[in-house]
Write a protein that binds this ligand. Sequence first.
Ligand code: FRU
Length: 498
Amino acid sequence: MREQIEHAETANRELRAQRVDRWYPKFHIAAPAGWINDPNGLSHFRGRFQVFFQHNPFAPVHDSMHWGHVSSADLVTWRREPIALAPSVLEDRDGVFSGSAVVSDDDRLIAYFTGHRWRNGVDEAEGNLQVQCMAVSDDGVTFEKQGVIVDCPEDLLHFRDPKVWRTDGTWYMVFGACSAEHRGEVWLYTSQDMWEWEFARVLFRDPNPEAFMLECPDMFPLETAHGVKWVILYCPMGPSPSGYQARNQHNAGYVVGDWTPGGEFVQLTDYRPVDWGAQFYAPQTFEAPDGRRIVFGWMGQFGSPLPSVEDGWNGQLTVPRELTLDDDLRLIQRPVEELEQLRIHSTDLGEVSLSAEEDRLLLDDVDGAEVELELDLTRTDAERVSLAVNRTVDGHETLVSFDDLSGRVAVDRRAAGAGPRGYRAAPVPAGTERLRLRVLIDRASVEVFVNDGVAAVSSFAFPAEGPKSIRLTAESGRAEVTSLRVHRLGSIWEQDRD
Ligand code: FRU
């Protein structure tokens, strides 16, 4: 594989030399150049957080999947690492697809991934031939492939994305599968030694008959007031849009249930979206050394290209978010607290009253920012209260709004400078009196967290050229903001040239 990696690195350096940075993320992980999709192999090894990702080093399109790699000592500052895995054998001829990584008892990093081949050698028309493979690393940087550990069951069109964890001394692996009846399922395998894997059961079938495949399943326990519950995160392919849900070509959701090793998964909740934004997919979690459950998602899209393709890159990961469950078994996501270290200049604007149709400048010359805002809904009668972010003098902007008519928090890209428009919106919990918003604004994206993480909205939003500002506006009524803090954010990269 050495040779394939060197070839990919050389090609990527050439692409990197031509990258244009007007929209390149300042504080989100992205490929140096080329394409990124799913986070893979999230782990903590040799004192560093390891983030691998689906990566095409040759062009900003989904093709020729490798595993790119970055690492960090603190989840804030990241170092570029060499490409970790490249297609090099028959089984992964058409791509080293998604997977996970865990640390073995003899202190090696073990990666599990899908070796992907088109059955007909060219495209998905006759389905995929997907096998689960293993690779081992002593240093977390270079890997030795170990071959296939789980073969593709007869005639399965989709069978991929192994996620491995250990409970009570047994190793477990879940995959996404498309059953013979074209239903999306999660299959469970077990192992005692990390090498020999046995089929245990079909752990979960999506009750939605439209879902024909569940990509990137993940399964993990979280403490709740009702004891330990298990979350299955997954990405159903097939469901049609319904109201505010499933609006993207690909969507990620979760169910919560009870599970004990050896037993069935007993589903306790309905399917719920993980994030309501236009670009959020393929979330993967891992357990940090201090026990926190941390997730990264992919912000990108298959199909129509993002405008950054002309700049030589496509897609980014979300910021790392800590996951918990509330008493209603809703997934709560908050940016990990380490991210506060990215704040290089903070301003506390205190209480702010906005009269109807007022438009107030909060920050100008923005190049990466965060806004924390609390709105007193009992004293606000505006129809819409918005942060207009990445606003340029020509009037292009993205609105992050509380919309009193729909009772939602929306990211509206109608006036974005380039790329996809349209809006996405998350519900504000009924009875909310104080609405808290935390908004992370990168050069071409926003991530919004509602009421300390009960809902999130993540979207790319490409601004126009020129200096950018953040404004606060109220429409058709007053807005009473009880606290408002704005922060300029620094870069996550260890070296500027990254
Ligand atoms: C999800 C996915 C995975 C697959 C990978 C290929 O985004 O389609 O199912 O392993 O991307 O890049």
